[in-house]
Ligand binder design. Structure first.
Ligand code: SF4
Ligand code: SF4
Length: 214
């Protein structure tokens, strides 16, 4: 599982850093390295981009796993360079940005957009598998998520536009509900296709949500 990110446009990063001329750059050695958005090479390229914008880069680091609580130690080891910056540009997913913001009072600026949680299909290619909807139906859809695999996120069967097993929205993609149907048939559990899935509960819930493991 990976947190999939893409780099923000340079113009947006420039705008976010307006008035902040001394910048420390932090990448992430886990997901953002795998997706080539915040590893050693990308951090080095970002340093060059910032210097081209006349920013002073006070230091760079690729934190082993930016969302991990060990990040506080890595930041402490880079205290001098961080202290002399007036912002930290973070090249990790939003979890890493949050984590770093817990320890640093200066502006913490994301250089990446966090897109989704994904699995790697082949080297360098990821697909979205879960939208963290909070009410998982995979047990009744043969392990295929109708929220992320269906273009319309339909919970109760196909839309009617399925054509030869392909999606009506994108003919290059398999229809999620055809896949679900085929797999349920293989499992001899086709009766699940008739099961009504109530609409997702989108009632306002207290945020942030908290889970306590006891
Ligand atoms: S139904 Fe889909 S989006 Fe919801 S939790 Fe399960 S895999 Fe994630
Ligand atoms: S054709 Fe299939 S995948 Fe596409 S929107 Fe309709 S049900 Fe969803």
């Amino acid at each position: 599982m990976k947190s999939i990110t893409k780099q923000k446009p340079v113009e947006e990063i420039q705008q976010l850093l307006e008035g902040l001329d001394r910048v420390f750059i932090a990448g992430c050695g886990t997901c953002a390295t795998m997706t080539k958005t915040g590893g050693v090479d990308e951090v080095a390229a970002m340093k060059q981009s910032l210097e081209a914008m006349d920013k002073l880069v006070t230091g760079t680091i690729v934190i082993p796993t930016a969302c991990d609580d060990m990040t506080s130690d890595t930041l402490e080891q880079n205290k001098l360079a961080i202290d002399s910056a007036n912002a930290i540009l973070v090249m990790s997913c939003a979890l890493g940005v949050h984590r770093i913001s817990m320890y640093i009072k200066k502006p913490v600026i994301p250089a990446l957009d966090t897109l989704f949680i994904g699995l790697e299909d082949k080297l360098g290619e990821y697909h979205e598998v879960c939208d963290q909807c909070g009410q998982c139906v995979l047990g009744e859809t043969a392990g295929i998520c109708p929220i992320t695999a269906c273009h319309k996120s339909l919970l109760n069967g196909p839309c009617g536009g399925t054509n030869d097993g392909k999606c009506e929205v994108d003919k290059n993609r398999d229809c999620a509900w055809t896949l679900i149907h085929s797999r349920l048939a293989e499992q001899k559990r086709l009766e699940l296709m008739k099961k009504y899935q109530p609409p997702k509960n989108n009632q306002v819930v207290p945020r942030p949500r908290v889970v306590k493991i006891t």
